[in-house]
Design a protein around this ligand. Structure first.
Ligand code: 9MG
Length: 283
């Protein structure tokens, strides 16, 4: 496996800066009805904020808040519902020293979230929804452009690749071209290979093995494989709750190849692994 240095630059996130010379943990905060025990909307917000604060204490510098599940088969939610779920949590977290990322594809959601303090747009649909490119250019905030084919509901049948890494890079480049053409600044772009989106287990592993190649595109890389099915399969069929250590391994392999951010459920374990990696780098 070829090793690549991390990109040595800062990502400006509103009034906060992320130094991308060191790896960052993005903690996952799903604000969907099944994420927290049902105790009414206010109670869900309290639990979500408490969970985010714990992830920050554990070492997350970014919290990724999502109000729509992108799992295959998950039912879509309306923009109004997404806003209702996400905005109160953004408002509460904006009082804290953490970068807030919003996992949404809807321009209206990110616009509302930025008004109350969000700084990064994490879009698994890579700015493909109507108005998304213009919104990203206008808001002038960091955007994560992820590779996917189709929609979460249709992607499972779209995994025909000649060479998965090469094809993912070529298709990502097309989305990058569209973003740049629309006026999104290169300094605001991060890329993501989209582990688990329109890829089978072997293809996900191949992408992980060759992640370093994505450095050729010239943008900081986010790796997001936390608790995904292919990690479970590599572990011989572990269910989601038993995939923490496997996910940490995958994230560390990503960082070793140049990823400067990893999106994780298990923040403390991920941070510990990164600290060992960093200590080794210092020798
Ligand atoms: C929200 N979400 C779920 N999986 C993801 C992935 O692989 N990358 C990014 N950027 N977001 C994701």
């Amino acid at each position: 496996m070829q090793l690549m240095p991390l990109p040595k630059r800062n990502l400006q996130c509103g009034h906060l800066q992320l130094n991308l010379a060191e790896p960052h943990v993005m903690g996952i905060l799903n604000v969907t009805p099944d994420s927290f025990s049902d105790g009414g909307q206010h109670h869900v917000k309290e639990q979500a904020v408490a969970h985010a604060l714990q992830m920050m204490a554990d070492g997350a510098t970014v919290i990724d808040i999502g109000g729509e599940s992108t799992r295959p088969g998950a039912s879509p939610v309306t923009v109004d519902e997404e806003i209702r779920r996400v905005i109160p949590v953004v408002e509460a977290l904006s009082q804290h020293d953490v970068v807030i990322s919003i996992d949404t594809s809807a321009p209206q959601v990110i616009r509302e979230a930025v008004k109350v303090g969000a700084q990064i747009w994490n879009d698994v649909r890579a700015l493909s929804q109507p108005g998304a490119l213009q919104t990203a250019a206008e808001l002038d905030i960091p955007v994560i452009i992820m590779h996917m084919r189709g929609e979460p509901t249709t992607m499972n049948g779209l995994d025909q690749y000649d060479d998965v890494t090469h094809d993912v890079m070529r298709e990502l480049q097309l989305r990058l071209n569209d973003a740049l053409q629309a006026g999104v600044r290169a300094e605001n772009i991060m890329i993501d290979p989209g582990f688990g989106f329109a890829k089978n287990a072997q293809q996900n592993l191949k992408l992980l093995q060759e992640l370093y190649k994505l450095n050729q595109l010239g943008y900081p890389i986010l790796s997001a494989l936390s608790r995904k099915r292919f990690i479970g399969e590599a572990l011989g069929g572990a269910d989601a709750q038993q995939r923490a250590v496997g996910s940490v391994a995958g994230h560390l392999l990503s960082i070793q190849q140049g990823a400067c951010m990893v999106r994780a459920h298990d923040v403390k374990a991920t941070k510990d692994a990164i600290m060992v990696w960093q200590a080794m780098q210092m020798v």
